[in-house]
Design a protein around this ligand. Structure first.
Ligand SMILES: Nc1nc2c(ncn2[C@@H]2O[C@H](COP(=O)(O)OP(=O)(O)O)[C@@H](O)[C@H]2O)c(=O)[nH]1
Ligand SMILES: [Mg+2]
Length: 269
């Protein structure tokens, strides 16, 4: 039997990017007030939808603006009760502004899921070229997110909005990922063999084993002889490789580096 889920999605983004329009279309209604006057939606509005037995709560944020700039503290507060933050951007942009980059990084850091939606896709002329550009800058500014995971949408013209719901359900599943220790250790061995860590001050770092210790988000412990000597870029490399190899996009994974003796080592000898 298919498990049903409760999923809270929080829509954030600059005024006028189409957050309310998008939520309305997903809800197939016109309950939220939309307008081309920035700042029409004054506070966070909550809506519910049951889809394929899953219970979605939509949070439409506004009132998180301080003059023209978004207020980061208010944004964080608005996203607090959600598991997935949906960052709605206007497809006409050519870079990610600071506050959204900060919010996206923060979202993943605190263990939430993240979906980037480029809305008003109908207004883009050279769609193929633009898509590549947008995917590239998202990948460059948010390497934690995973490749090619953004959605390109027209809240006004598209018919198919279930892709937002489907991706949210997928993300919810990813949070519960459980990986067998044997498979993880094979992965660690192969990864290190191909890209060994450099010696740090003459000391060779030997990775011993990896184990998943938690879900929501997936959390792993990696044991080695000198955990304190592993540099951050190598830690990030392992994190990124793990996410890529197991297709854990849109959510973070947490890696903890610890010191210990390999419990299997003695048995093998
Ligand atoms: N062309 C186009 N216009 C859109 C789209 N989505 C929203 N809009 C328009 O953009 C304006 C702002 O939309 P609204 O939902 O109020 O933005 P919000 O401030 O982010 O909630 C409205 O005039 C919408 O009709 C879209 O996909 N394409
Ligand atoms: Mg609005």
């Amino acid at each position: 039997m298919k498990e049903s889920e409760k999923i809270t999605l929080c829509f954030v983004g600059n005024p006028n990017v189409g957050k309310s329009t998008l939520i309305n279309r997903i809800l197939n209604s016109n309950e939220l007030e939309t307008s081309d006057i920035p700042g029409t939606t004054k506070k966070t509005i909550q809506k519910k939808l049951i889809w394929n037995k899953n219970e979605f709560t939509f949070l439409d944020t506004a009132g998180v603006y301080k003059k023209k700039d978004l207020n980061f503290t208010k944004l964080v507060k608005a996203t607090k009760s959600s598991e997935i933050v949906i960052l709605v951007l206007d497809s006409s942009i050519d870079k990610l502004d600071k506050i959204h980059k900060k919010l996206a990084a923060y979202t993943l850091k605190v263990g939430k899921g993240l979906i980037v939606i480029f809305n008003k896709w109908d207004l883009v002329e050279k769609k193929k070229t633009k898509k590549k550009v947008l995917e590239k800058f998202i990948f460059n500014s948010l390497p934690q997110l995973g490749e090619k995971k953004s959605l390109f949408i027209s809240a006004l013209r598209d018919e198919e909005f279930t892709k937002v719901l489907k991706l949210s359900i997928e993300i919810k599943k990813l949070f519960k990922t459980k990986m067998p220790t044997s498979e993880l250790n094979k992965w660690l061995k192969d990864t290190i063999k191909r890209n060994p860590p450099v010696k740090i001050k003459g000391r060779e770092i030997k990775f011993k084993y990896i184990v998943q210790t938690d879900t929501n988000p997936p959390t792993f412990k990696i044991f080695s002889n000198y955990p304190g000597k592993i540099n951050n870029s190598y830690k990030r490399f392992l994190e990124k490789r793990l996410k890529t190899n197991y297709k854990i996009d849109n959510i973070p994974v947490f890696l903890k580096f610890l010191a210990t003796k390999n419990p299997y080592q003695d048995k093998k000898k």
